[in-house]
Design a protein around this ligand. Structure first.
Ligand SMILES: *Cc1c(COP(=O)(O)O)cnc(C)c1O
Length: 401
C-alpha cells in the first residue's frame, strides 16, 4: 500500500469529516509545486485557496518565522508587541486605513468588522441601527455570524437560527442595494470580487455607486478582501483598482503567505467604537504570526510580486480564452490579476479529480466554475504546463460527448 493510502485510511477514523478531501497527502512544498508523501509533484493552481500567494515556503517568510520562533513565540495582547506594531504601520501606510485589529482567520476579521459597524452605529445613530446588507453568492466565513452574513443558503442549512440583522441583495445590482437600505441599515459588506461565489466581477461603476450610497446614508462600507487582498488581483488590495475606498477592510488568507493571521483595518473615525475591553483575541497578531506577515508584506511590496501577478494574469487569461474558443462547453473566462474563473456549462468536479491524477491542483466553485488562483510568483512556463494538462482533459471530454 502506498504511504498516501495509509494516511488516507487513518484520516478516516479520528479527523472530523467536515471536508470532502481529495486523495492527496501533502508532504512538502517548493514554489508553485506541492509534493505528496510518495514524492509525486503537483503544480499548484489552488495555492491553499489563495493563501500561498508567495508560493510554498517562501525563504523570506520561513527565515522570519525561524528567527522569531527562537526569540518569542507568543505574548499576550495585555502587552505591546513590536512586530504587530510594525505590521499595523505597514498596512496603514499602504491602505486607506488608520487602525488594525489582528485576529487569526478571515471569518474572525469579518466578525470584528460587523461588531465595529454595529458598535459605531449604536453609539452614533441609535440602538436600532444594526443591519448589514451583503450580496447574494457572497462568502464571509463559517462561524454563525459568518454564515448569517454569507449570501448562500447551502452554508446555513441545519444551523438555524441565523444571527438577525442581515439582508442579501444580488451582487452588482445597484438598484436592489438602494432599495434594500432602510432606517436600520448600518453597513454594506461586499467582496470587491466574489471568490467562492464563482469569481464574479462587479459591473463598472458599481462599487463607486455603493460608496456614494453609503456616504448619503451614513453607512459603513466594508470590503471583505480576505481572498482578493494581498496582491491577488494585481494591486496590493483589490479596492485600489477601482479607486473606491471602504471604511473597513478585512484580510486573512495570504496576509502571512501561509501562516494563519487575520486583520480588520478601519478608519480613525470609526475605530474608537471598539475601545479597551470591547473585543479581543488571545493569539491575534502574536509575535510569531506578525513577524511572518511582516516578512510576507515586504515581499508583496518590494519583490516585483504584484507586477508578476498582472503580467502572468494577463497571460493565463489569454491562454484560457484560447481554450474557450476551442471548446464549446466553456461559457466565459473572467477574473482580475491571478484570480480567474472559467465558467462551464457542465459540472467541473470530475475535471478537478482528473487534473489531480495528472499532477495539477485546481478547484471548482459553485459546481461549474473552474477557479485558478496560483501563487503570484508563477511563471509563463508553469502556466503553459498547466494549460497542457487542462487541454488534455478538455479534449478527452469533447471526444466523449
Ligand atoms: C476564505 C474566506 C473567508 C473565511 O476565511 P477563514 O480564514 O476560512 O475564516 C471569508 N471571506 C472570504 C471572501 C473568503 O474567501
Amino acid at each position: 500500500m502506498s504511504k498516501s493510502q495509509e494516511w488516507i485510511d487513518r484520516g478516516l477514523t479520528h479527523v472530523a469529516a467536515t471536508y470532502g478531501r481529495y486523495p492527496l497527502v501533502a508532504d512538502c512544498g517548493d514554489g508553485c509545486w506541492l509534493l505528496d508523501v510518495d514524492g509525486k509533484r503537483y503544480l499548484d493552481f489552488l495555492a491553499g485557496v489563495a493563501v500561498n500567494n508567495l508560493g510554498h515556503c517562501h525563504p523570506k517568510v520561513v527565515k522570519a518565522i525561524q528567527e522569531q520562533a527562537g526569540k518569542l513565540l507568543h505574548c499576550s495582547n495585555f502587552y505591546h508587541i513590536p512586530q504587530q506594531i510594525e505590521l499595523a504601520e505597514l498596512l496603514c501606510t499602504h491602505s486607506f486605513g488608520d487602525r488594525v485589529f489582528f485576529c487569526n482567520s478571515g471569518v474572525e476579521a469579518n466578525e470584528a468588522a460587523i461588531k465595529l459597524a454595529r458598535k459605531y452605529s449604536y453609539e452614533n445613530h441609535g440602538k436600532e441601527r444594526n443591519e448589514v446588507i451583503t450580496a447574494v453568492a457572497s462568502f464571509h466565513g463559517r462561524t454563525l455570524a459568518g454564515i448569517s452574513a454569507t449570501g448562500q443558503d447551502k452554508v446555513k442549512e441545519g444551523f438555524a437560527p441565523m444571527l438577525p440583522g442581515f439582508k442579501h441583495v444580488p451582487f452588482g445590482d445597484f438598484e436592489a442595494m438602494r432599495a434594500a437600505v432602510g432606517p436600520n441599515t448600518c453597513a454594506i459588506m461586499l467582496e470587491p470580487v466574489q471568490g467562492e461565489g464563482g469569481v464574479n466581477i462587479p459591473p463598472a461603476g458599481y462599487l463607486q455607486s455603493i460608496r456614494e450610497l453609503c456616504d448619503e446614508n451614513n453607512l459603513l462600507l466594508i470590503f471583505d478582501e480576505v481572498q482578493v487582498g494581498c496582491g491577488r488581483t494585481g494591486s496590493l488590495f483589490a479596492y485600489q483598482q477601482e479607486g473606491v475606498e471602504p471604511d473597513i477592510m478585512t484580510l486573512a488568507k495570504a496576509l502571512a503567505g501561509g501562516p494563519p493571521i487575520g486583520a480588520m483595518i478601519s478608519r480613525e473615525k470609526h475605530a474608537g467604537a471598539l475601545g479597551p475591553g470591547t473585543h479581543g483575541s488571545t493569539f491575534g497578531g502574536n509575535p510569531l504570526l506578525a513577524s511572518a506577515a511582516l516578512a510576507a508584506m515586504k515581499v508583496y511590496l518590494e519583490d516585483g510580486v504584484l507586477e508578476n501577478c498582472r503580467k502572468t494574469g494577463d497571460y493565463l487569461r489569454a491562454k484560457l480564452e484560447e481554450l474557450q474558443e476551442k471548446y464549446d462547453f466553456v461559457v466565459e473566462v473572467r477574473g482580475r490579476g491571478l484570480i480567474i474563473g472559467m465558467e462551464l456549462n457542465i459540472a467541473g468536479g470530475e475535471m478537478v479529480k482528473t487534473a489531480l491524477e495528472r499532477g495539477l491542483l485546481i478547484n471548482c466553485t459553485v459546481d461549474k466554475v473552474l477557479r485558478f488562483v496560483p501563487p503570484l510568483i508563477i511563471d509563463t512556463d508553469e502556466i503553459d504546463q498547466m494549460i497542457e494538462i487542462l487541454e488534455g482533459i478538455f479534449a478527452e471530454y469533447q471526444e466523449k460527448k
